[in-house]
Design a binder for this molecule. Sequence first.
Ligand code: SF4
Length: 245
Amino acid sequence: MAKKQTCDLSCSECSVRNCYRKDKKYPAFCLTEQYKGAVDQTKKLYSSNSLDGRIARAAAEIEGEYYGRLTRLEETIRFAKKLGVKKLGIASCIGLLDEASLYAQIVRTAGIETKTVICKVGGVDKCDIGLPDGLKVCPGCNESCCNPALQAQILNEWGAELNVLVGLCVGHDAIFTRHSKAPVTTFIVKDRVLGHNPAAALYTAKFYYKRVLDEKTFPEPRKEAVEAEQEAAKKASARKHKKAL
Ligand code: SF4
């Protein structure tokens, strides 16, 4: 039987959420209580004129001015304008390039310059980064890998003051964020199954999509992909063995 994971109590297990209105009592495991010193430091950070301070106040001002009245599309543009952004970079997935084009047009209408870099920029074949051909979605073809580090470099060199993600894959978004000099915010989160609305998996998890709560029902990877991985591992081990002789 699978071992049940233990859990350090934290905010996801808190039912009082006293840190918001401060009209109840903090629970024994409360992080606000444990991090009192750090709270003071962050207060200083957000009230300073640093980039973090300006971002923190701009985001909170938009919340106060337009709460529940702006879509994320509009909020992102208001946010950029509040920060005085003149150059907004767009890091887009190839599968969402039409959406990125329309988004760029709307941002430019608001008087902000844009530059869009597609995820496949550079055209590096997946085999060139060590993936077996059989792991491609379309084996036997050139299939370029996503290149988020290059997306970030191009937008860094252009002088983007804010970068916006339009549907980068899970993981590629992490690389982009690590390499971007400008702050990064997300407009579209890719979900290939749920029409880019990943939260739908949570909204349906208690009934229709129960499988997310049962690791045993996790779908198997494609058979051809597993075989390609095994073949590649065999070849790599044979190469290692030959070298050692
Ligand atoms: S910070 Fe404390 S009060 Fe706030 S949600 Fe976390 S545990 Fe609850």
